[in-house]
Write a protein that binds this ligand. Structure first.
Ligand SMILES: CC(C)(COP(=O)(O)OP(=O)(O)OC[C@H]1O[C@@H](n2cnc3c(N)ncnc32)[C@H](O)[C@@H]1O)[C@@H](O)C(=O)NCCC(=O)NCCS
Ligand SMILES: Nc1ncnc2c1ncn2[C@@H]1O[C@H](COP(=O)(O)OP(=O)(O)OP(=O)(O)O)[C@@H](O)[C@H]1O
Length: 204
């Protein structure tokens, strides 16, 4: 199965773009959402997180205390490395399980991950898309969506590769500012991926 990875900085709109691909019938693996899911279901991971970040990492009813963990890891690089080392291998395994159950009729799949390039999961896909937007638009979107302060969003941006670095690594681009239609850009890429998938099928 042809695998496309899609990423973008916080607030770039990668999830929004993925929803358009889903409308076209393309299955999407949302790595960030899966990370959140397994952090409350995988017992070994839960123990690892409690041991590393304290019992406050979970509420009594088992929900993840996002704010507690975020306040530790986005203020301390070495703590973030520890969290990533606990969570990312489990997400990679979940992706393999998910990919194996996708219908063979599907032309290609999408893997949406905030840290596609940082976590090296781009090496596990065939091609990559980078979603970009100007800094101020990203800040406005995230502060409006999450009700958080600009400084908190900037702290998270500082923990991700810059767009300049990601542009060098990505194969395809979607500009998600106020001047470009994401629908037209998604349709153009979808057409390209369908052609690649059809050619690879005919060679099998
Ligand atoms: C620290 C946590 C609890 C904070 O939760 P919160 O609800 O505030 O954020 P959420 O998960 O919705 O992420 C929002 C955005 O933050 C950024 N972000 C999340 N995790 C990371 C990270 N490890 N490094 C850099 N940026 C990150 C991304 O842009 C992401 O899209 C959560 O982000 C988390 O568990 N992160 C570790 C898992 C991970 O790396 N996920 C991302 C890729 S799999
Ligand atoms: N083209 C657009 N026009 C208007 N609003 C948009 C557009 N693209 C995204 N948004 C809004 O901006 C916010 C951020 O978008 P989205 O959640 O898709 O970004 P993301 O890159 O997945 O963010 P994160 O890294 O935080 O998960 C959302 O509230 C979304 O509805």
């Amino acid at each position: 199965m042809y695998k496309v990875g899609i990423t973008g900085g916080i607030g770039s709109g990668k999830t929004t773009v993925c929803k358009v691909f889903e409308v076209l019938g393309i299955p999407v693996f949302y790595a960030d959402a899966v990370a959140k899911e397994i952090m409350v279901t995988d017992k070994i991971l839960i123990e690892g997180i409690k041991t590393t970040f304290g019992n406050l990492s979970y509420f009594e009813d088992g929900r993840l205390n996002n704010k507690h963990i975020a306040s530790i890891v986005f203020n301390n690089e070495s703590e973030l490395i520890k969290l990533n080392a606990l969570v990312h291998p489990a997400v990679f395994r979940a992706f393999d399980v998910w990919e194996a159950q996708v219908s063979p009729e599907v032309p290609y799949t999408l893997k949406e991950a905030a840290l596609l390039f940082e976590s090296e999961s781009y090496k596990m896909v065939d091609t990559t898309i980078l979603v970009t937007a100007p800094l101020q638009i990203k800040l406005d979107r995230v502060t409006a969506r999450d009700g958080v302060a600009t400084d908190q969003v900037k702290a998270r941006m500082d923990k991700q590769l810059s767009d300049d670095e990601k542009i060098k690594m990505a194969n395809h681009f979607i500009i998600n500012d106020e001047a470009h239609s994401i629908i037209q850009q998604v349709l153009a890429l979808h057409k390209q991926f369908l052609e690649i998938a059809a050619n690879s099928h005919s060679k099998e």
